[in-house]
Design a binder for this molecule. Structure first.
Ligand code: UFG
Length: 326
């Protein structure tokens, strides 16, 4: 298939583009490099620099078979401070994309959604029929796009899947986490092991969890990429599926840091810090629907594998690490 991958220079988009190329698909990446970087663009992809809102009309035509839409603003804290950038950059941009798909007759879509659409869950594991009450603007914009996709599927026959990611981590091929602004737990912990920061701040140890730190569901980015390929291949006209992607197992912040200590052999000092605004105590996915409907079989679900792959990537970055002292 000839596929447009928006945001394909970013972490998740880059890994998915890599896997699509490996499966023999033709990949065109559209990315404005606002948070992605050239290093993340896989060999063999055609790269077009530009943002989706202004470029999509020039790039998308009827020769494409489908779109994987990753391009988005995705920092929870920033989304609360600058909501306009998120409503514009995520929702308005996605509507422009949906209209371009409609006018060109490109009718197969996989959308990068998030666990943040659920907000604070009433129970875990979270299934797709649970209430969606996002606690931040980022989650609200992704939920709004999910709703838009549902109505385009019903009205215009779009074949679509929204994949709601839990905590994506690990690396694959030459793609991994190397953001200019890093806020995610595992890459930050590994930056301590690299000597690029002194310690890791643990955001609260008084949560209602077994060790008092937040529990999350970490999914390997390569398993996540497999789900995108399967979604694309099994989408059907007029149907919008919404599927969670996680490992189904929760690990506390302390447990994650301990695994990073084992894998890196570094003591990784930690410091207890105040709770971070907007953090739910526990987020764990039920991925049963994705497993049933996609025939997805995640094979790298254990946390040690996730951390080992992330560490192999991070420790090889050298000067290319954005966290490296300059
Ligand atoms: N954490 C720390 N110290 C840090 C960074 C994170 O203790 O320096 C903690 C957080 O408080 C949280 C856990 O580690 O409990 C994981 O935090 P991340 O920032 O790595 O990930 P989040 O769970 O906040 O975010 C993920 C996705 C988001 C999505 C969100 C849904 O990355 O895209 O889940 O709540 F919106």
């Amino acid at each position: 298939m000839k596929l447009l991958v928006t945001g394909g220079a970013g972490y998740v988009g880059g890994v998915c583009a890599t896997v699509l190329l490996e499966r023999g698909h033709e990949v065109v990446i559209l990315d404005d490099l606002s948070t992605g970087n050239r290093d993340g663009i896989p060999e063999g992809a055609t790269f077009i620099e530009g943002d989706v809102a202004t470029k999509i009309g020039d790039v998308l035509d009827s020769t494409f078979d489908g779109v994987l839409h990753f391009a988005a603003r995705s920092l929870v804290g920033e989304s609360v401070e600058k909501p306009g950038e998120y409503w514009q950059g995520n929702v308005v941009t996605s509507l422009t994309l949906l209209d371009a798909m409609r006018s060109t007759g490109v009718d197969n879509l996989v959308f990068s959604s998030t666990a943040a659409t659920y907000g604070e869950p009433e129970q875990v594991p979270i299934t797709e029929d649970m209430p969606t009450r996002p606690t931040n603007t980022y989650g609200a914009t992704k939920l709004a796009i999910d709703h838009a996709i549902t109505s385009y599927a019903k009205a215009h026959g779009l074949a679509a899947t929204s994949l709601r990611y839990f905590n994506v981590a690990g690396a694959y091929g030459s793609a991994g986490e190397n953001r200019v602004v890093e806020t995610h737990l595992i890459p930050l912990v590994l930056q301590v092991a690299l000597g690029h920061r002194e310690d890791i701040k643990v955001f609260g140890d008084d949560w209602p969890t077994p060790d008092g730190t937040c529990v999350r569901d970490y999914i390997h980015v390569a398993d996540l990429a497999d789900a995108h390929v399967l979604a694309l291949e099994t989408n059907s006209a007029g149907v919008h599926r919404i599927l969670n992607l996680g490992s189904g197992e929760g690990f506390s912040v302390r447990e994650v840091i301990d695994v990073c200590r084992e894998v890196t052999g570094h003591p990784i000092p930690d410091v207890i810090a105040p709770r971070r605004a907007g953090d739910p105590a526990v987020l764990v996915a039920s991925s049963s629907k994705a497993i049933d409907e996609l025939g997805w079989s995640p094979s790298r679900t254990d946390l040690r594998t996730v951390v080992e792959d992330a560490w192999a990537f991070t420790s090889n970055l050298g000067d290319r690490a954005h966290s490296a002292p300059r």
